[in-house]
Design a protein around this ligand. Structure first.
Ligand code: NAP
Length: 282
């Protein structure tokens, strides 16, 4: 029976540590502050932003929302980012995705100052991660690394298979696992014989957004299974990209959805805001 990787509990522990760091920073006259920009009224985004705001509040990080109408021009968004870059009271800037189609989101990510890019989506931070330099690391992969470390899961020389190659999860996850000396294979929608590849995984990380895609026959006994997916089923319940119930018997460790990777993503965002605030002291 697999051990459950409790991301919720680990996130709570990290928040407690961050709260102390925030108090120390406040004594030095710095109040860490996150600016969140949202364009349009995507209901899932509204929930994510609310969760981030609550999490900030819990550790004493200030939070300010910048809400824009769905018809907002890219230029106006870019101007706001420029102003936030200049604002010394703001340490982290986050642009919530998705944005309306007329806005080039990568262009907007590039406009965020690398020193305030707490999501780690700016090409400077992506490049630093890829070249082994200190960087703001995309929060979901970073959270997964922290889970593996917390549970003492060996990565060196292990076969890590990543399902999904998005810029925000799959690709930075490749770098994170390489940096941890795993042998990495990445699969995507054009990959042939996925099952043959996943069966070789010592560590399988699923980030494709397809409910219960990873089934028992795709995983070898004793594999570590990390489920990034968040999918809403017709009955309103949430499930991951992994068939959790059936894999519990076969895996050695597994993350639940909810309560696995999700809370760690937010915890690492807070971590990155505190890191940015500390860097601003220098
Ligand atoms: P995305 O941008 O839609 O990317 C999905 C990736 O999966 C793509 O690389 C795609 O391949 C690949 N893919 C799709 N169908 C596939 C299939 N049948 N077989 C193999 N690969 C397939 O998604 P994302 O933003 O990375 O998010 C993935 C999931 O994680 C979603 O459920 C999202 O809600 C969730 N998520 C969770 C967190 C969290 O904190 N827990 C954070 C971020 C995202 P191509 O590149 O070939 O199209």
């Amino acid at each position: 029976m697999a051990e459950i990787l409790d991301g919720k509990a680990l996130a709570k522990k990290i928040r407690k540590e961050l709260k102390l760091e925030v108090e120390e920073l406040k004594q030095k006259g710095i109040i860490p502050k996150l600016a969140v920009i949202m364009v349009g009224d995507n209901s899932a985004s509204q929930v994510y932003v609310r969760n981030k705001s609550r999490a900030c509040e819990k550790v004493g990080i200030e939070f300010e929302e910048f809400l824009f109408d769905k018809d907002t021009l890219e230029e106006e968004l870019i101007n706001t980012i420029d102003n936030l870059n200049k604002d010394e009271k703001i340490h982290g800037i986050l642009l919530q995705s998705p944005v309306p189609k007329h806005i080039n989101i990568q262009k907007a990510f590039e406009r965020i100052s690398p020193s305030k890019d707490v999501d780690g989506f700016n090409a400077v931070n992506v490049g630093k991660l890829a070249t082994g330099q200190d960087a703001f690391i995309s929060c979901t992969p970073y959270g997964i690394v922290k889970i593996l470390e917390e549970y003492g899961i060996e990565t060196e020389g292990k076969n890590a298979v990543i399902l999904g190659r998005s810029n925000i999860v799959g690709k930075p996850m490749i770098q994170c696992m390489l940096n941890k000396n795993a042998t990495v294979t990445v699969c995507h929608s054009r990959t042939k014989n996925i099952e043959e590849i996943t069966k070789n995984a010592d560590i399988l990380i699923a980030a494709i957004g397809k409910p219960k895609f990873v089934t028992e026959n795709m995983v070898k006994t004793g594999a570590v299974v990390i489920d990034v997916g968040i999918n809403r089923l017709e009955d309103g319940s949430l499930c991951g990209d992994v068939d959790f119930e059936n894999l519990c018997e076969k895996a050695s460790y597994i993350t639940p959805v909810p309560g696995g990777v999700g809370p760690m993503t937010i915890a690492m965002l807070l971590n990155n805001v505190v890191k940015a605030a500390k860097l601003s002291l220098k």
